[in-house]
Design a protein around this ligand. Structure first.
Ligand code: EPU
Length: 335
């Protein structure tokens, strides 16, 4: 383990917020993490890729940075392969690495910021696919019990941007490795998401491979979403709210173009549309703003503080509540 004192976390969170850790501890193996929690209990914060969080204050105590690497085949037959990845592997790098070997499964999840270890926490998803669709299991450390655990697909209780790690096990587990199932042939291509079909057609791709789909997803995301290397952000700041069928119906009557998607127990509404219609798209105040191409993404143009981003989020929540009677909820973790 490497320990750094009073260290800025600006480069370790994609929002680029300059808060400090009293101690920043780099863990390179599951054993180091078990050893840490056995002696110290829970750290103040566990840090993965830092891509789904908003730091609103300095962190007193220890920030444990999970920096575990490794890519290992653990099962293989003619059709599929299961690969185990260290939690600290960058998500998009492993997506490209699998695609370059002709493996299918992760193509729709291209260019999602963050690391492997945080992917199960919020069941990352994009373009009609979620992590759970190729998930086999994950391993890690249970903090209170001071022991290793392994959870399979069912055990993780995945939902829309949700899992056991956001509920019963919140703050109680540190993921160290994940195992994913990838296809070697008979790939299951998911093209239902309109923009993917349009992008492939525009490129003249008639029989898409997983790699071609990934290229299309990368092109779409680059048009719509800011690159955290250039403009600080955490992807979608809010969840798409699920409302009752009645409310969705009433909204549709009033706003015929509102995008809604049927889900269990109601309708999912596009939060980006609500925020845009409330007048926020492209808004900028000092270093904080709402992205000009995707209203669901809040941005830090240079040196915004977490408190400034949070204040903007609250203004947006209030104005969407006033205009549409819908309460938006943050998708990013507020620290
Ligand atoms: N829309 C607007 N204005 C906007 C943004 C969106 O009107 O500023 C409308 C679009 O026209 C579209 C609908 O909202 O009809 C949905 O937009 P989009 O397809 O861009 O998807 P999203 O619901 O805004 C979700 C995920 C993204 C994921 C995309 C693609 C959530 C909270 N976000 O966004 O995930 O990449 O779908 O599948 O579920 C992330 O989690 O960080 C993330 C980027």
């Amino acid at each position: 383990m490497i320990v750094q004192i009073n260290k800025s976390l600006k480069k370790l969170n994609t929002f680029g917020i300059d808060q400090k850790a009293e101690r920043l501890i780099w863990a390179h193996s599951a054993e180091e993490i078990l050893n840490y929690v056995s002696h110290h209990g829970a750290p103040s914060l566990v840090l993965g890729g830092g891509s789904n969080m908003l730091l609103t204050q300095d962190i007193s105590g220890d920030v444990l940075k999970v920096d575990i690497h490794g890519r290992e085949v653990v099962f293989e037959d003619d059709d599929q392969v299961h690969i185990r990845f260290g939690a600290g592997e960058n998500w998009h790098e492993i997506v490209l690495w699998t695609l370059n070997q002709g493996l299918g499964g992760l193509e729709n999840l291209s260019l999602i910021p963050g690391n492997c270890g945080t992917a199960p926490v919020q069941n990352i998803g994009a373009y009609g696919v979620e992590l759970k669709d190729c998930f086999v299991s994950c391993e890690g450390v249970q903090i209170d019990e001071k022991r290793f655990f392994e959870l399979d697909l069912e055990g993780c209780e995945f939902g829309y941007r949700d899992s056991i790690f956001k509920n019963d096990w919140k703050g109680k587990a540190i993921i160290t490795r994940i195992t994913l199932r990838l296809t070697k042939r008979n790939h299951i291509l998911r093209l239902d998401y309109g923009a993917i079909k349009d992008e492939l057609a525009a490129k003249g791709v008639a029989e898409p491979t997983p790699k071609a789909i990934s290229d299309a997803v990368v092109a779409i995301r680059k048009q719509k979403l800011p690159d955290p290397a250039e403009i600080g952000n955490s992807g979608s700041f809010f969840k798409n709210p699920v409302v009752t069928e009645e409310l969705a119906h009433a909204l549709k009557e009033k706003h015929p173009d509102i995008p809604t998607y049927p889900v269990d127990g109601g309708s999912k509404i596009a939060a980006g549309w609500l925020i845009e219609k409330a007048g926020w798209k492209g808004f900028k105040d000092g270093d904080v703003g709402v992205h000009k191409n995707q209203a669901l993404v809040l941005v830090n143009y240079a040196d915004a503080t977490g408190a400034e981003v949070l204040a903007l989020a609250h203004s947006i929540i209030n104005s969407v509540q006033e205009k549409f009677g819908i309460q938006l909820q943050a998708e990013v973790n507020l620290i």
